[in-house]
Design a protein around this ligand. Sequence first.
Ligand SMILES: NC(=O)c1ccc[n+]([C@@H]2O[C@H](COP(=O)([O-])OP(=O)(O)OC[C@H]3O[C@@H](n4cnc5c(N)ncnc54)[C@H](O)[C@@H]3O)[C@@H](O)[C@H]2O)c1
Length: 269
Amino acid sequence: MKGLHGKVALCTGSGLEGGLGHGILKRLGEAGCQLVVSDLDTIMTNGGTRSSDENPVVRELLDAGANAIGIACDVSEEASIVGAVESVMSHFGHFDILINNAAIGDIIKPLTELNLREWQQVITVNLTGAFLFTREAARVMDNGASIVNIASQAAKTGFRQMAPYVSSKHGMIGLTRTAAIDLASKGIRVNAVCPNHVTTTMGKAQSEYFSSLRGLAPEAYRAQIAERVPLGRVGRPEDTAAAVAFLASDEAAFITGEALNVSGGEETH
Ligand SMILES: NC(=O)c1ccc[n+]([C@@H]2O[C@H](COP(=O)([O-])OP(=O)(O)OC[C@H]3O[C@@H](n4cnc5c(N)ncnc54)[C@H](O)[C@@H]3O)[C@@H](O)[C@H]2O)c1
């Protein structure tokens, strides 16, 4: 991919092994990016028992030869986001690629049983966090920078019992389209990627919930998902990672405001 070597890329919610953020940073590291692993303090420092740079994802990226650091950041806190962007700038002196990936997806219940606090919690992390990080990063980014929002199939299609998550992800596409227009004059492109099911920590929790609703074992439920995907399998972190690398690269220099499905053909609009 053209134009990724030496770029500084931060991915929110990337400190959990096996998550999409982990896969995205691994792929960007292979392309020569300098990497910032960022996640909740509990995940980065294991409850204060180690430094952020000792997080297992940071260690793996360092062992693979990348220049990587860890920064604890809670995207539901504005001051935490401001602090993370300041840390990137003081460490690297530039900030070229932001991936808004952090999210919560385990508040799953019928709409009539949802309380306001649950609604606001999901919207705050998934959508407001992406807005605030986009704003803060765009203030320091130079011409040629790129922002990629990890939306979802749930950004385009409704799913039962997932009103806050689905609404936050639909909102992420609105944010992507608006930010693409507002930031175009600064030379910053903004796109979204929309994966379907991937068996990460979040994907596992969601598939366990929905499999139990249907009286199925989680593996049987995931096999059903794979059956309805034209390409015949569920997604993998590296599928999303490849799309992010493309959108962040100069190969996508004329692509902005786009929401790209990475769903093996399951999602087509
Ligand atoms: N797994 C799937 O099936 C799937 C499908 C479509 C989209 N997605 C999206 O992919 C992204 C990554 O999810 P994943 O599947 O890798 O799950 P994951 O659980 O591995 O990753 C989510 C990450 O977000 C972090 N996070 C949660 N609250 C945070 C906060 N307040 N501040 C900072 N970080 C926070 C978590 O600690 C975790 O590391 C999410 O945006 C998710 O909605 C996932």
